[in-house]
Design a binder for this molecule. Structure first.
Ligand SMILES: [Zn+2]
Length: 256
């Protein structure tokens, strides 16, 4: 019995790394360094690539001389998951906590009419198509989207979103959600967890701590496909999901 439980926990525990704001302009010195580390430990992160970055803040980071899209193709060939992280990353609306995950805040998608969202998503996906990169995964800038975003994604054949609550991937509105609970490296003893990492925001010390975490925990990382194979809509996980949602929402209210 104990062995059975141990095996169950082992089979259903794993870490994923979600790297946000991957674009031509970013802190390349950190990206180059973590790439060496990921290769060393065979970690395959999920990269949120912005296909048509027009975000003024992000555009202030340095650009590399080499072709960005060649680099993206190289990452994909290594088995890294290339996800679409919005289309231009420009926040042109603000939403109170009425978005799909109840985060609230600036948004590129939420509250835009369905047709506008569909058009925007198509523009982003076309850029990937031009670059011969097939996309199956999306996550919205600032976590803010709505049901229309999911409908538009669905119409474009995208049915995976790396965001949401809970300890297990789940299916809702025809979309597979892979939960993203934590903003920093943190380990729970059970469940599939994804960390959101912004290399651009790291200072040297935070970057050093991040690398240390990878060195110590590399064995716990799983691939995106392994996470997807764990999609589980069983009732106990639904309860856990609702609980994590409540806790995180309360935590956000307290910390705001
Ligand atoms: Zn972003």
């Amino acid at each position: 019995m104990i062995d059975k439980i141990k095996n169950y926990v082992k089979d259903n525990t794993g870490l994923l790394l979600r790297l946000d704001d991957i674009a031509e302009n970013m802190k390349w010195e950190f990206m180059d360094e973590v790439e060496v580390l990921f290769d060393k430990y065979n970690i395959k992160p999920i990269l949120g690539v912005i296909p048509k970055n027009k975000d003024k803040e992000l555009l202030s980071y340095p650009k590399k001389n080499t072709n960005f899209w060649n680099r993206v193709r190289e990452w994909k060939e290594k088995g890294w998951e290339i996800a679409m992280h919005g289309t231009n990353h420009v926040y042109d609306k603000f939403c109170s906590k009425v978005d799909y995950l109840g985060h609230g805040g600036n948004t590129e998608f939420r509250s835009h009419p369905f047709n506008e969202q569909l058009e925007k998503i198509k523009i982003g996906l076309n850029k990937f198509k031009e670059e011969k990169i097939i996309i199956r995964t999306f996550f919205a800038p600032n976590h803010t989207f709505d049901k229309n975003t999911l409908l538009a994604l669905n119409e474009c054949g995208i049915d995976k979103v790396l965001d949401g609550y809970g300890l297990m991937p789940y299916k809702e509105n025809e979309v597979n959600f892979i939960p993203q609970l934590f903003y920093k490296t943190f380990k729970l003893p059970f469940g599939i967890q994804s960390f959101q990492i912004h290399l651009n925001y790291f200072n040297k010390k935070e970057f050093y701590d991040f690398k240390n975490f990878i060195e110590k925990n590399y064995k716990k990382f799983i691939t995106f496909d392994q996470a997807l194979s764990k999609v589980n809509n069983n009732f106990p996980y639904k309860v856990i999901r609702m609980t994590t949602e409540k806790i995180l929402k309360i935590k956000r209210v307290i910390s705001n």
